[in-house]
Design a protein around this ligand. Structure first.
Ligand code: F6R
Length: 604
C-alpha cells in the first residue's frame, strides 16, 4: 500500500527520496511522486507505474546544496491510478503527501469549493493542502495553519506538508497510519512510513504515536502530542539490518503478515462498503448481465478461499456456483456455457494452472473476472475485470493475509451480486455490511491468545497426523488450517468436512491422531459437536476451537463470543495460522521459506 518518505539536508535529494521509496516498493503501489523545495522554488515529478518511470521523468533534475523533499508511492483507493491523482498534491505554494483516508473530505471539499478553491484530483488527500492554504491566510505562521488543518481532519492519516514560505521545514502529523522520524550524525532529518525507508540513512528514530504532530527544520524538531503539549524527543537506535527491519520486530514475515491482517483488511474494505450496498469501483454491473452461474477456479490457499465463497454465493446471491482446482479443470474437458461467469482467484496473478484455465475460459467466450493481489499481473491483464485484494506484498511462502483478503473480497462480491439480483433484503444486506466492518478488529491478534498457542504447540509435535474438521465455511477453513500446518511443520495433516469422518477417516482415530475441531457457535454447532464426540469416543486427541466449553476436549482454545459465524470464521483463521507457525517454530523449521515450496508457481 502507500508509502511516504521525507528529507531535510544537503545531499542529492532526488536520489535519497527515490531510494527511500524503493525500500517501500514491497508494499505495492501504482504511481509515485516527489516534490523538492529549494530556495522557495518547488520542483515536482510524478509518474504512473513503477519507480523507473518516475526516475525517467526526473532524469534531468539535479540538486546541489540544502533542500527539503517529500515523496510518495500510491496504491489507488480514491480515484484511479493517474498522474493527477498521484501524490504530492499541490496547492498554490504548498505540497502534501498522505497515507490513510480523510473520512470527511467531501464536506471539506464542498466548503473549500464554495470559497473558490479548484481541485485537480479525485483524491481525499487534496483537501489537506487546500485547507492548509485556506487557514494560512488568517494564521500568523504556517505551523499555526497546519495545526488548525489537523483539527478539522477526520479519519486516519500520516502527513508530510511543505510550504514555500518555510523553505527549510517539513510539517508532519500521524493519526492512525504509521510515520517515523529519523536523524543521523550528519544532522539530517528524514521521515518514512516504515523504517525500511530509513535503514542505512538514520542511526536513530522516533516511532510517532497517534496524535503526534510537529515540524522539523534544518536545525530544530518540535513535537507535540494530541493535547497540543510539547513533548521530548525520545529517539531509539535504528537497526542497520534491512531484512530484520522489514520484519518490523517480528521473528518472521509470516508472523508480521498474520499481525497486519487487521490493517490490510481495513484497506480491502476501504471505500467499498456503503450502508446497504457494496461498491467496487472496478466493476461494471453489466458483467453480471445474462449470467446464471459462477465458476470459481484457483489453486492451493486461493482454492480454499474459492470454496469458502461458494457457500456465500449460493447463500447470499442465490446463484449456482461451482469450484474448480485449476490443474484439474485444465484437462478434464469441462463443459462451458456462456451464461457462466468465470472467476479466478490468485494472490500472485501468475500461477500457471490458474492462468491457463483463465485463457481456456476466455477462449470459450465466457466473461471473466480475477480476484488478485498484484496489479498488472498476467491474470489482471487478461481477465475482463479484476478486483484487487490490497493485501500488500506477502513475503512468507505460507499465505495468510492474502487468504484473509481474498475471503473478504469474495464475501463482498456475494453481497454485490445479492444487491444486483435482489436476493437479500435491505436489512439483511445492512447486517452483512455491519459484520464485515467488524472483521478488521476481530483479526487483531490477542497477545494472550498467541502466548497460549505458543505454549500449547509443544503438545503437537509428534503423532501420526492431524485431522482439521469443520462444517459449512469451516470446512474450507479446516482445509486451509491443514495446509498451513503441512507447509511449514512438515507434519501430516488433512482437512475434512466433520460429517465425513465416519465414512472412512475415523478408522485412523487413536490417541496419536490429533483432531483440530472448529466448533463455531453460530453454524451447525450441535452437528459438528456430535462428529467430534465420535472421534473422542475412539480416543483421538481433541483440540477444540470454540467460544463454548466442550467437555470432550483434551485442549480447548477459547475464541470470543460473536454475533455471526463469519466473525467466528475470521477469528478461527488467525488461531489456525498462529498454531501452525508456533508448531513449526518448535520444530526448528524455516517458517518463511519452507522446504520444496515457491511463492509463485509459474510452472505446471
Ligand atoms: C499456500 C499457498 C499456495 C498458493 C497457490 C496459489 O500457503 O500460498 O497454496 O495459494 O500456490 O497461488 P496464487 O494464489 O498466487 O495463485
Amino acid at each position: 500500500m502507500c508509502g511516504i518518505v521525507g528529507y531535510i539536508g544537503s545531499k542529492p535529494v532526488k536520489e535519497i527520496l527515490i531510494d527511500g521509496l524503493r525500500e517501500l516498493e514491497y508494499r505495492g503501489y501504482d504511481s509515485a511522486g516527489i516534490a523538492v523545495l529549494q530556495n522557495h522554488q518547488f520542483s515536482l515529478f510524478k509518474a504512473v507505474g513503477k519507480l523507473i518511470n518516475l526516475e525517467e521523468k526526473a532524469q534531468s533534475y539535479e540538486s546541489t546544496g540544502f533542500s527539503v523533499g517529500i515523496g510518495h508511492t500510491r496504491w489507488a483507493t480514491h480515484g484511479k491510478p493517474t498522474e493527477l491523482n498521484a501524490h504530492p498534491h499541490v496547492g498554490q505554494n504548498s505540497y502534501v503527501v498522505h497515507n490513510g483516508i480523510i473520512e470527511n473530505y467531501q464536506e471539506l471539499k464542498a466548503m473549500l469549493t464554495s470559497k473558490g478553491v479548484q481541485f485537480l484530483s479525485q483524491t481525499d488527500t487534496e483537501v489537506i493542502v487546500h485547507l492548509f492554504e485556506y487557514h494560512l491566510k488568517t494564521s500568523p505562521t504556517p505551523f499555526d495553519a497546519f495545526t488548525k488543518t489537523l483539527e478539522e481532519l477526520e479519519g486516519a492519516y500520516a502527513i508530510l506538508l511543505v510550504n514555500a514560505s518555510a523553505d527549510n521545514t517539513i510539517f508532519f502529523a500521524k493519526h492512525g497510519s504509521p510515520m517515523i522520524l529519523g536523524r543521523n550524525r550528519e544532522g539530517e532529518t528524514l521521515f518514512g512510513s516504515s523504517d525500511a525507508a530509513l535503514i542505512g540513512k538514520c542511526n536513530e528514530v522516533i516511532y510517532l504515536e497517534d496524535g503526534h504532530y510537529g515540524f522539523a527544520s534544518s536545525d530544530t524538531v518540535a513535537l507535540f502530542d494530541s493535547k497540543n503539549v510539547s513533548i521530548a524527543l525520545n529517539f531509539t537506535p535504528l537497526s542497520e539490518n534491512k531484512l530484520s527491519a522489514q520484519k518490523e520486530g517480528f521473528r518472521f514475515f509470516m508472523e508480521k503478515e498474520i499481525y497486519e491482517q487487521s490493517t490490510v483488511l481495513s484497506d480491502t474494505l476501504m471505500g467499498r462498503l456503503h450502508d446497504e450496498t457494496v461498491y467496487f469501483e472496478e466493476l461494471d454491473s453489466s458483467l453480471f448481465t445474462g449470467i446464471s452461474e459462477i465458476k470459481l477456479c484457483a489453486c492451493g490457499t486461493s482454492y480454499h478461499a474459492a470454496l469458502t465463497a461458494s457457500y456465500l454465493f449460493e447463500r447470499h446471491s442465490r446463484i449456482k456456483t461451482s469450484v474448480e482446482i485449476a490443474s484439474e479443470f485444465r484437462y478434464r474437458e469441462p463443459l462451458l456455457t456462456p451464461d457462466t461467469l468465470f472467476v479466478v482467484i490468485s494472490q500472485s496473478g501468475e500461477t500457471a494452472d490458474t492462468l491457463e484455465s483463465l485463457k481456456m475460459a476466455k477462449k470459450a467466450g465466457l466473461k471473466t473476472l480475477v480476484i488478485c493481489n498484484v496489479d498488472n499481473s498476467s491474470m489482471v491483464r487478461l481477465a475482463d475485470a479484476s478486483i484487487l485484494t490490497r493485501a500488500g506484498i506477502e513475503k512468507g511462502v505460507a499465505s495468510t493475509k492474502a487468504f484473509a483478503t481474498q475471503v473478504a473480497v469474495l464475501w463482498m462480491l456475494s453481497l454485490f451480486i445479492a444487491h444486483e439480483r435482489s436476493t437479500l433484503t435491505p436489512s439483511d444486506l445492512a447486517h452483512q455490511i455491519k459484520i464485515l466492518r467488524s472483521i478488521p478488529s476481530i483479526v487483531k491478534v490477542d497477545v494472550t491468545l498467541h502466548e497460549q498457542l505458543r505454549r500449547l504447540s509443544k503438545r503437537y509435535l509428534h503423532g501420526h497426523g492431524f485431522f482439521f474438521i469443520g462444517r459449512d465455511v469451516f470446512f474450507p477453513l479446516a482445509l486451509e488450517g491443514a495446509l498451513k500446518l503441512k507447509e511449514i511443520s512438515y507434519l501430516h495433516a488433512e482437512g475434512y468436512p466433520s460429517g465425513e469422518m465416519k465414512h472412512g477417516p475415523i478408522a485412523l482415530a487413536d490417541p496419536e491422531l490429533f483432531t483440530i475441531a472448529l466448533l463455531p457457535q453460530h453454524k451447525l454447532y450441535d452437528k459438528t459437536k456430535s462428529n467430534v464426540e465420535e472421534l473422542s469416543a475412539r480416543d483421538s486427541t481433541i483440540c477444540s476451537i470454540s467460544p463454548l466449553d466442550f467437555d470432550k476436549a483434551d485442549d480447548h482454545i477459547r475464541t470470543h463470543m460473536h454475533d455471526d459465524y463469519m466473525q467466528e470464521f475470521f477469528e478461527m483463521m488467525v488461531v489456525l495460522q498462529l498454531l501452525s507457525m508456533e508448531i513449526a517454530v518448535r520444530l526448528g523449521n524455516d517458517v518463511d521459506m519452507p522446504r520444496n515450496l515457491a511463492k509463485s508457481v509459474t510452472v505446471e
